[in-house]
Write a protein that binds this ligand. Sequence first.
Ligand SMILES: Nc1ncnc2c1ncn2[C@@H]1O[C@H](COP(=O)(O)OP(=O)(O)OP(=O)(O)O)[C@@H](O)[C@H]1O
Ligand SMILES: [Mg+2]
Length: 329
Amino acid sequence: MRGGEIICLGIESTAHTFGVGIVDSSGAILANELDTYRPLSGGIHPREAAQHHATVAHTVLERALRHAGIGFENVDVVAFSYGPGLGPCLRTGATLGRALALKLVRPLVAVNHGVAHIEVGKLLTGFRDPVALYVAGGNTLVTTLHEGRYRVLGETLDIAAGNCLDAFGIKAGIGPMPEPENRARSGKRLYSMPINVKGMDVSFSGILTAAEKLVEGGVPVEDVALSVTEAVYAMLTEVLERAVALTMKREVLLVGGLARSRRLQEMVEEMVKIHGAEFKPIPDQYLGDNGAMIAWTGLKMYQHGQLTTIEQSIVKPKLRIDETEVLWH
Ligand SMILES: Nc1ncnc2c1ncn2[C@@H]1O[C@H](COP(=O)(O)OP(=O)(O)OP(=O)(O)O)[C@@H](O)[C@H]1O
Ligand SMILES: [Mg+2]
């Protein structure tokens, strides 16, 4: 505790990022420190990423405490991300969470990573009941709260949108996002892409294949980047629009690492205006994976008695967003 506020420390380690965030019950984010694993080539290697997290964990933790200006004795609750994500990465964060909870004799909370992306968005925008598009490297879904859970209205049927753009960039030799978007700015010609939207579900694998074919066929990478990013963002905006029209909710959130895309933000803003709803972008540092979102959601769960025992704290790599009860709405 400090100044009468409960303090929660949150650990994020689902994929590339190892993060430690510290928040208090007034909603103040006291620290949000992180260190990101960067593969030498290609995509993420789960065991290497987990090794990275184990190596940087103590320094990131110390930095967070220092930044928050608190000691271990001020931490009231320990939260960790328990899924979805890569097993080895999740286990590293969970191990630290358990060790801290046991050592400090504090309650432990297991946080759903997807729910946390949205909850920190609500904290930062002041939104109460938004429709959310969660777009990242591992997840792509449209969701909103209904009867105590984030219901999946639509999702990708194959790869995530971020994964599609990253894989295209890596294949084309320019690197992952945001490189494809940077190159798209000097693109001049739009090529037709296999747009695949069914209801509120999307599929991106056809676009990735089409993009690879264009690059192999000698089309300038800027033009392919423009065609791919425009197609992916248009699909995402379309399913989000359907969700807004269906739910008639007035607040729209864009969360997850790919939500940093300025072009996607622009398209969503335009669409939302047409529906008389409101869109508020979230600062970049809280869009990608981070510890603050785990700490904030962990604090809410703690306040509603959603604790976990050490025995129950086994990570869940395939956890879905609708498996967590949202009691604080
Ligand atoms: N500057 C940027 N602009 C747009 N997109 C970006 C940018 N930087 C990264 N991204 C995208 O964000 C993704 C990372 O998202 P995030 O940090 O939420 O991690 P994740 O492991 O993919 O998360 P999740 O498990 O939630 O799917 C990358 O794969 C990339 O596609
Ligand atoms: Mg994420």
